[in-house]
Design a protein around this ligand. Structure first.
Ligand code: ADP
Ligand code: MG
Length: 323
């Protein structure tokens, strides 16, 4: 079983950023309104997530680290309309198999919380403790027992870059949640959680970008497109600063970025890209979001309709803005 966990860990846990993603998504699923992430040395030494979500009861804490111990499938009607981010119950056991994990958690109604310590998949301690409602999880020494994987980790600046990408995307996806990311005690990301997407854009890209954004709000009876795009005067040299979301999940979408490019076609010089934060909402039966942790793609059942809507929505927003 330990071997199975280690192998599965290879799929879910590629690098520190994948640990951060899985843990923060759990915090989101737990209904948190405030999520703090602290990392040391690019996440290689320590990753800590503190949330104010529903927490886990004493018996749930240990169970959560057993394979396929998800509490989420039963809550969802079926897999296609799944609202939570996780549902396979693989993340925690996979992470615990290749690191030293400490989880402290408490639910609203219980008087005391629980502290669980796992090293390389083995439970070392479980005790009750005093703590506040929510979950505090610390992952130390990632890949300490899989030296080959450890060797493939990149330098600190690269790993923290991936982690801040994850937090930025989740902040943009969930403006109502307050996110904080600290690296070696330095604040990297901080959002208010006031629900305003433009404020999140301000937090990530700064004032000069935020004040030059054009709002997009467009829909037909099949789907809705909202978000912000930059004026053609504010561009970047790559698509890295284009974020696309489908039903609140970040995706990489060649289709959507092509539609954006088309809408801007006469306005941009070659090899320049606008900053984009666009959210598409549509009935989940019309989109298959590949939820494999490392693939971030969506397959639309009517791709051409999506393409036209994005193109028209962005074109209209540009036309109506005073350039
Ligand atoms: P999944 O998210 O696919 O259900 P995980 O391995 O990520 O699987 O988590 C296992 C279970 O542990 C979750 O279903 C949830 O019940 C519980 N859990 C994990 N993290 C948290 C958290 N931060 N707050 C509350 N419950 C959590
Ligand atoms: Mg999960």
């Amino acid at each position: 079983k330990e071997v199975a966990n280690k192998i599965a860990a290879g799929e879910v846990v590629e690098r520190p950023a994948s640990v951060v993603k899985e843990l923060v998504e759990n915090s989101i699923d737990a209904g948190s309104s405030k999520i703090e992430v602290k990392v040391k040395n690019g996440g290689k030494d320590l990753i800590q997530i503190i949330d104010n979500g529903v927490g886990l009861a004493e018996d749930e804490v240990k169970l959560a680290f057993q394979r396929h111990a998800t509490s989420k499938i039963s809550r969802a009607n079926d897999l296609f309309t799944l609202r939570t981010l996780g549902f396979r119950g693989e993340a925690l056991p996979s992470i615990a198999a290749v690191s030293k994990v400490e989880m402290i958690s408490k639910t609203e109604d219980s008087l005391s919380g629980t502290r669980l310590q796992i090293v390389g998949g083995e439970v070392k301690a479980r005790e009750s403790c005093g703590c506040r409602k929510g979950t505090n999880i610390i992952v130390r020494d990632l890949f300490f027992n899989t030296p080959v994987r450890y060797k493939y980790l990149k330098q600190t600046s690269t790993e923290i870059g991936h982690i801040s990408d994850i937090i930025n995307r989740l902040s943009l996806a969930y403006p109502k949640i307050s996110f904080s990311l600290m690296h070696n005690d330095r604040q990297i990301v901080e959002t208010t959680g006031n629900g305003n997407l433009l404020d999140v854009i301000f937090n990530i890209y700064g004032r000069d970008v935020a004040k030059e954004m054009i709002e997009v709000d467009y829909q037909d009876n099949y789907m809705q497109l909202t978000g912000y795009i930059s004026k053609p005067t504010i561009t970047r040299s790559s698509r890295r600063h284009q974020s696309y979301f489908v039903n609140d999940r970040f995706i990489k979408s060649g289709l959507m970025s092509k539609a954006v490019k088309e809408a801007y076609h006469t306005l941009l010089t070659i090899d320049r890209y606008p900053i984009v934060v666009l959210k598409l909402k549509l009935n989940p039966v019309h989109v298959d979001v590949n939820i494999h942790p490392t693939k971030l793609q969506a397959k639309f059942s009517r791709g051409n309709v999506v393409y036209e809507l994005v193109k028209d929505g962005v074109s209209k927003a540009i036309k109506e803005s005073d350039l």
